[in-house]
Design a protein around this ligand. Structure first.
Ligand code: SF4
Ligand code: SF4
Length: 425
């Protein structure tokens, strides 16, 4: 590890020993899960490089941006509009929360029966191991589920720069008005942070940058309709995960490059897994880096994941923002319209999500759906029951699983997933 990086991490206030331990675990998991895959597209070399430099080069880029006066904003949810950050000359980074860390400390702040994602967010702060979090000039929490909402009260005691965004719970006129007002308030806060006034040109350009990134992800998603699937679910998930913290323009270019390669692979009938491998849609809670456990179980148990109905997947990137507005006001309306369609399980009722899952099954010609719920996640676990019912009414085989970030249940999950995939054949 370069000494420059160690100095950079120390300057950010990281606990170097704990951070070394985290990087060790991350590196081993990546080798065992990602590099062990066969028939990967060559374009995944870019993502191998990004992952090998996840706390190195990318952090150095952010520190360099900060030195030039650019602000970094960290976020925990896809409801935080990247367009607004970019338009004010700031960089938005998704904070991952995909691994357990400092759990004993965490349980001094949060009850044991809190979902792994929330505990992880708290653990990364308490353990001083996340350079993205420590490099952030502002961290945005959002009032989505009750767990997050209350956890931000505790997290706010540990950091001075936490900004909490309120979110509606219902898709109603009043709900949309709340979202619109909260995006205006966020815009004001970002302008105050950066000292940059958002104007129509900067907002239009930011919308186009984010649209280009999402379009590249849509292109990647659509190519997974082919049989054999030209890319594994693990690799497609990784591209989605990296989209949250990479430089948007470079990311877009890298994903489009992979898509060119996948088009050739499809023409040559070359797959990441063999033709007629049972095709699975995974639906449910988001999987943040380095939460690769479940897709790894599926793809080493005889299945291939062809779509993620998740915020790290289609739910997060489904729609583009209309960039035809001329004024800031018109474009803020368009941003509100775009995010208002995100069908997170915190909304009630949430029929759109049920419809989207069914549409994805048809579009990707999936053989079955696995609903992935994190233990203690009330919104997604509750909603998994109507999801299963709606799918079974359409004769779509469905498996509901509930897990966390620990590895203790891998054997048991593998047995259930293998049995499910066997039934699909
Ligand atoms: S699942 Fe809901 S709360 Fe979580 S990132 Fe997605 S939109 Fe946000
Ligand atoms: S996984 Fe569920 S409980 Fe955890 S933060 Fe997301 S919505 Fe909340």
């Amino acid at each position: 590890m370069s000494n420059d990086y160690v100095k950079m991490w120390k300057d950010l206030g990281l606990d170097i020993d704990a951070h070394d331990a985290l990087l060790g675990v991350l590196g081993n998991a990546y080798t065992d899960i990602y590099l062990a895959q066969k028939n990967r597209p060559e374009g995944m070399d870019y993502f191998n490089f990004v992952m090998s430099e996840v706390h190195g080069l990318r952090i150095k880029e952010l520190i360099d941006e900060k030195a030039q006066g650019r602000k970094i904003i960290g976020s925990y949810c896809v409801f935080v509009p990247e367009e607004i950050a970019l338009a004010a000359n700031a960089t938005l980074i998704g904070l991952c929360s995909g691994a357990d860390f400092a759990m004993e400390e965490v349980e001094k702040y949060l009850p044991r029966n809190t979902c792994a994602l929330i505990k992880s967010a708290m653990g990364f702060k308490l353990g001083k191991v996340c350079p993205y979090l420590e490099a952030s000039d502002m961290v945005v929490g959002e009032n989505t589920c009750d767990g997050k909402k209350k956890a931000y009260e505790s997290l706010g005691e540990l950091m001075e720069n936490l900004y909490v965004m309120d979110l509606p719970q219902m898709k109603s006129t009043q709900g949309r008005a709340l979202l619109r007002a909260e995006y205006e308030r966020f815009k004001d806060a970002v302008e105050a942070l950066t000292g940059v006034k958002i104007i129509s040109e900067s907002l239009k350009s930011a919308i186009q940058t984010v649209n280009a990134k999402r379009s590249a992800l849509h292109r990647l998603a659509k190519l997974r309709k082919a049989d054999p699937a030209p890319i594994s679910g693990l690799d497609a998930l990784l591209a989605n995960q990296v989209s949250f913290y990479d430089n948007p323009a470079r990311f877009t270019e890298s994903v489009n490059k992979i898509c060119d390669e996948l088009e050739t692979r499809i023409a040559e009938k070359k797959g990441a897994l063999p033709e007629k491998t049972p095709r699975i849609i995974v639906s449910g809670c988001p999987m943040a880096v380095p939460n690769w456990k479940f897709p790894w179980i599926v793809e080493t148990s005889g299945g291939v994941i062809v779509g993620e109905e998740s915020c790290v997947g289609e739910r997060g990137c489904r729609n583009l923002t209309d960039d035809s507005g001329e004024s800031v006001e018109q474009m803020m309306e368009a941003i509100t319209d775009r995010y208002y369609k995100v069908d997170c399980a915190i909304f009630t009722p949430n029929q759109d999500r049920l419809n989207h899952i069914t549409e994805m099954v048809e579009e990707y010609q999936a053989d079955g759906v696995i609903h992935y719920g994190l233990q203690f996640c009330q919104p997604y676990l509750m909603e998994s029951i109507p999801v299963e019912k709606a799918l079974e009414e359409k004769d779509i085989p469905t498996l509901r699983i509930e897990t966390d970030y620990g590895m203790e249940d891998v054997g048991q999950l593998k047995t259930r997933v293998e049995a499910f995939i066997e039934q699909l054949k």
